[in-house]
Design a protein around this ligand. Sequence first.
Ligand SMILES: [Zn+2]
Length: 250
Amino acid sequence: MKLSYDNVKRYIAHINLKKVGSFGQKKIIDTKVLIIGVGGLGSPVALYLASSGINNIGIVDHDKIDISNLHRQILFNEEDVNKFKVDTAEKRLKKINSKIKIKKFKIKINNNNINKIAKGYDLIIDGTDNFKTKLLINDYSYKNKKILICGAISKFDGHVFIFNFKKKNSPCLRCFMPEIPDADMLDCQSEGILSTLAGMVGTIMANEAIREILNFENSICGNILIINAENLLIKKIKLNKNKNCIKKIK
Ligand SMILES: [Zn+2]
């Protein structure tokens, strides 16, 4: 199917990129993305993916907006305080593109509901703040051959993990962290966090999502990106596949 006239007008700057073109833009439009956690990371990811043309977005978050979220969660404004994040996120994304289809899940993702929620999405964005949930999302994505872009932020440091389980032999999050660590919560509020770090890491996550969708040959699937906002350093580390993960996942 060809791009509609409206979509050509809207995405002309993408289409004019040789590496994207109409074919690539169509691929972006047709990809279904699930964003788990619309906080500091989920906000920029949702905004950029909605602007880029992702037309089918699922949002999972059970939280309400607190005034202390506004310093980094750029989807929200003062008037949104005490409202559910998924409701405000939907309204905001629809302002970017009124035709976007959004499915809201006002629930904490867990072992019992992840299959039902994530089924039907091609790519999963993990913007959650604890490793128990991250490993759950990792295991689900691995078993169901999804693309998974996972982010974590604390203080001045951010991590982005890029896994494309459609490709054979992709390592997974358990290769890096086999079990849930003792200090599980990435508690932004009490540990402190630089607001712009959330924006940098979230934008990189959106960028990697688009690169995986477009199947760029220089994919960094299986790598971890480490971002330090205090000294502005970015490092890329290749993750080795640990064969023991499979036993733990099954
Ligand atoms: Zn693994």
